[in-house]
Structure formats: C-alpha cells, structure tokens
Design a protein around this ligand. Structure first.
Ligand SMILES: [Zn+2]
Length: 503
C-alpha cells in the first residue's frame, strides 16, 4: 500500500479522465502489457511484482497438523499501477482457481515461485482489482529458492521467515515495498492453537464438527514477510497494555527448563514498548506480544508485526531482555518503517541493535558508549568484519553481524557527531515521517543532514561504504583493544542473540 488514499484517488480520477478523453488521445493509449515479474529489488530481482499495489489480504485457511495439508482461499484487493494484460503473484502451493474482478482468470506457473495470472479482461491503470485464489498443498514439501521456509513441527507448523516465507502459505506481492492490511483466519482441529498477527477480533469459534476457526486482524499495513503463523500446542496469556492495546503472548508446550526465563522476559513486552516509546515515539502497530517456540525449532527470532516469534534458545542461559528489546524495536524500524530494497537492511538492524545498547545503559549493564568501545575493539582491525559494508552488504551477507554491529556503531558515532538533541530528534522525525511507509539509506542521510545542518556524506561513506575500520576520536581511541576495554555486563546476552540468528 504505497500510496495515500488521496494519491490513490488522484490516480483513479486520472484513469477516469483518460478513459473519457477524446478519441484522438485514446488512439495514443498503449495496449495493456504484462506486469513485471519482480518489483525491482537489487538483491532479489524476482521478488515482488510490478504493475499493481496491494491494499489488503484476506487469508482464510484450513490446516491439518497430522498431514501438513493446507487448503485455503486468499482474496487480494489491489490497485493497478499500469494497464495490465496480466500480472504475477509470488506463490508455491498448488493453485486450483483464480478469479479477477468476478471472472475466472487463467494462470500458469513460471520459475520456482511465480504464478502468472491473465485476467479475462485487461485491468486499467488506477483500477481496483479483486483477486481470489483457491489453493491447497503440503508446504513442507515445496522447495523454492533452494529451500523450504515453512517449518513443520511435531504438533503443527511455523510460517516465520525473512525474507522468504509468504510463498509457502499465501499468494502475494512479496516485497516490503508493497505493504497491506491483513485478515488471517485458520481453521484447525479442536484443541490446536493458532497464533498470528494483530488483534484477535473474536474468540476462536467452532466450525464444522471437531474444528475451530481462529481469527486475527492487522489494520496497520505490514510487509508480506512480517505476517506469520504459529500452529500447535500453545499456552496463551492475554492482558491489556496501558495504551489499551491487546497483549497476547504464547508459549509452546514443552519449553522445558527455559520456560521460566522465557516467560519472565516476554511478559515484560509492554514495559519494553514503553521504554522504546521514549526514544522512538508512539508505538506504531496494532497490538503487542510474543510467541516462544521450542528450543531449536526456528534457530532465530523474527520481528513479525505486532507479535515477534522467538526460538526458545534465546533463554538457554537464563532471562534475556535484549532479544525482546531488539524485536520490539523492529516494530518501529523495519515493520512500521520498512526498507524499499533489501540492501538497506542496516536501517532495520542497526537501529534494533542500538536499541539493545540503550537498554543496556538504562538497566546499568554498560552505557551505549561502553558497548560501542567494546564492540569496536572486539572485531580485529584486519578481520573480515570490517570488510562487509553495512550500507550494501550483498545478499550473501544481508544478515552478517557487521550489518547489526557496525550499523549500531554508525548510529552511535552519528549521535556523537551531531549531539543527542539532533540525533534523537532525527530518529523521531524519521519514524513519524515514514510511518507505514518505506525508506532507503539516501533518504536517511538527507534527513540527518537536514536535522543537523551538517554535511554528512563523508561520515556515512566512511561508516557504511568503506571496507576498513573507521578511525574514532577520543583520547583512548589509539589504545582500544579488546584486552584493555572492559566487557560490559550486557555483552554476553547481546552476543547470544548473534550466536543464534536474531532477526
Ligand atoms: Zn533484527
């Protein structure tokens, strides 16, 4: 959902103007053409699609944990951004039927995740289209991009992944550049729980004999990879936050010895949200919460919108708030404010990591400066860490530790350079300005220059785009080595997030 309603209606009136224009101009109108099979991402050229913009997904599923069979219907409300003879969706399950604007459409598979849809009638630029896709399949048997992102568990399944996951459970325009609102409902055998994003608009309701339908709803636009499912045996806790939002947490059965540490960390989610509001401004999404799955089931945590999903491994050494802070920070940076190309991933991970440093300082486990000093000294000057460019790490290094740690170091140095007032003002302005939108590094640099009144291109070139350890100021700079800089108390807990894969 890239355009505001105003812009969308402007496009619509333009389309009406074109459609009713004189015969002379109508003759010059180009014939409808196929939408592009990719949205134009520099790392993943065939992810997402061109020619339309999704406003809403209504995903209605039935799932059988015993066979991993998923059947369903997804209805997509989208607006054409060009005259379309056909368009692509990203999807890997077996498609039974597709309808576009109330008529059966033809469709064909292409490549490993493209579904090419040809509507009965061309779609005009600016026109709304309703796409209804009926499908079924066993997601754990589908391989695309060389792997299967869907995780089948002993009692259900997890659809949690970055950047690939949507293909295995709903057809979409799979790129953070095209955000949409979601209704997600899943019918499962009685006694099975279904967790997903947003609020629960109604309690689970009986459906047929022996089945129960769970419903979830996100009214704040989300990127496709941030929609998730966690199906299985879960214990669910509910509460209401001070701001009135639903807090829904869920803990997989069988967490074992990590259960206490996981719960005592996750149950502080609302407190973390309030802490982060102090730096980032008002919490930008519909609901709060976390889902903890059994140790090793995912091997990572991910900032799925409104309700992050965490592997139990983050608590294998006891309580750990840092992963909770990290994932909740992403509700602002990454979720509400998404990146328009995967190469800008440092904007997500640098900020979420820096939020961990701010938490460390707040709880007396090392100031942001101390964590910076230790991090800077920790990675040897001649090591591979400093060769990865946070501003353009390449798809193979998209989630390299340098994107996280050098990204956070960049923000800390920017803060020292422009001062606290300008830095935190910049952060709040950035997040407010681009709420529900998408961004890139150039836009961040431009705003940083505007807010600070300083020319910063050399600074960002050094920190984001130069394969070398940048020099830092301060009298102790020359003496900084891991041996002489004291390890902050928070370091081991923050590092645990790096040993696993923090999303
Ligand atoms: Zn992250």
């Amino acid at each position: 959902m890239r355009k505001s309603l105003l812009a969308a209606s402007a496009v619509l009136s333009l389309a009406i103007t074109l459609a009713t224009a004189s015969p002379a101009s109508a003759r010059h109108r180009l014939a409808p053409v196929p939408g592009s099979p990719g949205i134009g991402d520099s790392y993943y050229p065939d992810y997402g699609n061109g020619g339309y913009d999704v406003a809403h997904y209504d995903i209605r599923l039935r799932y059988r944990p015993d066979s991993d069979l998923l059947t369903g219907t997804t209805t997509i409300l989208a607006r054409a951004t060009q005259d379309l003879s056909r368009f692509n969706l990203d999807f890997v399950l077996d498609t039974a039927t597709v309808r576009v604007n109330n008529r059966a459409a033809t469709f064909a598979r292409e490549g490993d995740h493209e579904l090419v849809v040809t509507p009965a009638r061309p779609i005009l630029a600016g026109q709304l289209m309703t796409i209804v896709v009926q499908y079924s399949g066993v997601p754990s048997t589908k391989v695309a991009a060389g792997f299967t992102a869907w995780t089948r568990t002993t009692d259900g399944a997890l659809a949690v992944g970055q950047p690939q996951i949507a293909w295995w459970w709903y057809p979409s325009n799979d790129h953070p550049k095209d955000k949409a609102t979601f209704d997600i409902s899943v019918s499962v055998p009685n006694g099975v729980e279904v967790l997903s994003n947003g609020v629960m608009p109604r309690p689970p309701l009986p459906e047929l004999i022996g089945w129960t339908r769970w419903s979830w709803r996100m009214t704040t636009p989300a990127a496709t990879y941030l929609a998730f499912l966690a199906i299985g045996q879960f214990e669910i806790t509910t509460d209401t936050a001070a701001n009135g939002q639903q807090i829904i947490n869920a803990y997989a059965e069988g967490l074992g010895e990590i259960e206490g540490a996981a719960r005592s960390s996750i149950e502080r989610t609302a407190e973390v949200v309030e802490f982060l509001e102090g730096f980032f401004g008002p919490y930008p999404v519909d609901a709060q919460g976390g889902v903890v799955v059994r140790l090793g089931q995912l091997g990572f945590a991910l900032e799925t919108q409104t309700r992050s999903v965490y592997d139990g491994g983050f608590w294998r050494r006891g309580s750990n708030m840092y992963v909770v802070v990290h994932e909740n920070a992403h509700q602002w940076v990454g979720d509400s404010v998404a990146i328009d190309d995967w190469k800008h991933i440092w904007l997500n991970e640098g900020f979420a990591t820096y939020a961990e440093w701010l938490w460390s300082e707040a709880v007396g486990e090392g100031t942001a400066q101390e964590v910076f000093d230790f991090t800077y000294a920790f990675y040897p000057e001649d090591g591979g860490f400093w060769q990865v460019l946070p501003g353009d790490p390449g798809p193979e290094n998209q989630f390299h530790i340098a994107v996280y740690d050098r990204g956070a170091m960049t923000l800390h140095q920017l803060r020292l350079l422009i001062g606290d007032e300008a830095f935190f003002g910049l952060v709040r302005t950035w997040l407010a300005l681009h709420r529900n939108g998408d961004v890139n590094t150039d836009e961040f640099i431009a705003l940083a220059e505007q807010v600070s009144g300083q020319e910063l291109s050399a600074f960002f070139d050094t920190w984001l785009f130069t394969p070398a350890r940048p020099a830092v100021g301060g009298e102790a700079a020359a003496a900084r080595t891991a041996a002489v800089v004291a390890e902050p108390k928070s370091w081991a807990k923050i590092q645990l997030g790096r040993e696993l894969r923090i999303g």
